[in-house]
Ligand binder design. Structure first.
Ligand code: CO
Ligand code: CO
Length: 317
């Protein structure tokens, strides 16, 4: 797309920004984002919650506070009962309420394949906004949700698992990143992003590129939802994981056990739905950050360290 010159568009240089930030005055900027996708679970109410949590996440990744949301829904109303659409929208509504935001409208389209998500508007103080560009050598990397939702939803579609068997991943996808975002702002995170379609490798790589630095990941410290490894072993891997890996493995230096390389990297490339925040925090703030997360009932996994290395490099041990 052509370059945009408007100086009020604060993150116009940040190509993989999670949301657009537009300055209104010195201490106030709008944070805007939109996201929608096809169902990842059968339960329409749960799908609504997951899609809404995912849409809200990009505001949280920048340290913003969501204010309003608009529904975007595609639905085959001629061949499926409207109650299903109602359940999807109710799931979204409840999640918007939980976020303390207000649903102020929306738009629906007749479509053979259902899709749902939100356009979200939030606010952030530009001085407190967290971008992907601030990571410094020595900062620790904290992840706030396990990985594996792409693999697990693929296994659900293949009826390898029931929704009951993978309820931890389903609950995780429906969880807001609100508390994690608050902790990141309060504890002085140097950079932050949320893990979605490009997987951990993709989103970490973009953060490192923006910050002009590299990182070391401790593969043994990276958490996965129950069922993810088993499903991956059975080959239930979404196409997006292979596409992510093909591109991002060019930036990986694998220093771990050679026998574990392929099985681990595909898990790290798995596209996530409504994934957690990946936060970089100065080492002196790590304990306070983990304590602050724990206080809000969020687990933070310390999965690596920012290191001097060519921009975007991911050294994995
Ligand atoms: Co994002
Ligand atoms: Co997004």
């Amino acid at each position: 797309m052509p370059a945009v010159e408007d100086p009020r568009y604060l993150n116009r240089e940040q190509h993989f920004a999670d949301a657009g930030v537009y300055r209104l005055d010195n201490d106030l900027a709008l944070v805007q984002t939109v996201d929608f996708f096809t169902p990842v679970v059968d339960d329409p109410y749960m799908f609504g919650q997951i899609a809404a949590a995912n849409s809200l996440s990009d505001v949280y990744a920048m340290g913003g506070k969501p204010l309003t949301a608009l529904n975007l829904i595609c639905f085959p109303s001629s061949c499926q009962p409207l109650e299903i659409m109602e359940r999807i929208l109710l799931g979204g509504f409840d999640k918007i309420q939980e976020a303390g935001a207000t649903l102020i409208g929306g738009h629906s389209v007749e479509d053979p394949e259902p899709k749902y998500g939100l356009a979200v508007t939030g606010v952030v103080d530009p001085h407190q906004m967290i971008t992907t560009a601030g990571a410094r050598p020595g900062d620790r990397l904290v992840l706030t949700k396990p990985l594996g939702t792409g693999i697990i939803t693929t296994a659900l579609k293949g009826e390898i698992f029931t929704e009951r068997e993978v309820q931890e991943a389903i609950r995780g996808m429906a969880a807001l990143n609100a508390a994690a975002s608050r902790a990141a702002v309060e504890q002085g995170a140097s950079a932050c992003t949320d893990i979605t379609g490009f997987g951990l490798l993709g989103h970490l790589h973009e953060l490192l590129l923006s910050s002009g630095i590299g990182a070391r990941l401790e593969s043994a410290a990276i958490p996965f939802y129950p069922g993810a490894r088993e499903a991956a072993d059975q080959g239930l891997i979404p196409g997006g994981a292979y596409r992510n890996l093909e591109y991002y493995q060019n930036y990986v230096q694998w220093l771990g056990d050679a026998a574990l390389r392929d099985d681990t990297l595909i898990l790290l490339a798995d596209p996530q739905t409504s994934g957690g925040l990946l936060i970089t925090v100065p080492p002196a703030r790590l304990e306070a950050m983990l304590a602050s997360l724990a206080q809000s009932g969020v687990t933070g996994w310390t999965i690596g360290t920012i290191e001097e290395a060519p921009a975007g490099t991911m050294i994995i041990v």
